[in-house]
Design a protein around this ligand. Structure first.
Ligand code: CO
Length: 137
């Protein structure tokens, strides 16, 4: 581990949108960005598109069903920044460290994310209003 601690990179910045294709087209028109990976994550009720930015991604997220947390987020807050994914070497170890520091976790144990990653979410109420995802590639 480096002096920077457990977080090794920004893995992705996730933005909730109503229309995934429109958002992808917007990023293409505005920045020449293109989709590196697109996936429906059934368990979370979302479809995501990842646009590569250096070694990180912008993750455009849209709900695939009404009871998806992202659908609830869009209904309550509208489109915008949804969460930040921090890359870690070991998701279980990072989650344990966070829990030991008294941080409220949404996931009690690491679980599968998109792209074959292992992830765990920390609650925004104990993280300065930011939903945090720990991402192990
Ligand atoms: Co994410």
């Amino acid at each position: 581990m480096t002096e920077a601690g457990l977080l090794t990179e920004i893995d992705h910045v996730a933005i909730a949108v109503h229309d995934l294709d429109a958002a992808i087209a917007w990023y293409g028109d505005a920045f020449g960005a293109s989709v590196d990976h697109r996936e429906v994550v059934d368990r979370d009720g979302v479809e995501e598109a990842l646009l590569k930015v250096a070694d990180s991604y912008v993750q455009l997220l849209t709900p695939t069903r009404e009871d998806s947390p992202v659908a609830k987020y869009l209904a309550a807050k509208g489109e915008g920044l949804h969460h930040v994914g921090y890359r870690v070497a070991d998701c279980a170890a990072a989650l344990d460290t966070a829990k030991a520091a008294g941080i409220r976790a949404i996931d009690t144990a690491p679980r599968p994310g998109s792209r074959g990653t292992t992830v765990a979410f920390l609650h925004p109420k104990s993280a300065f209003g930011t939903l945090i995802e720990l991402v192990e590639e």
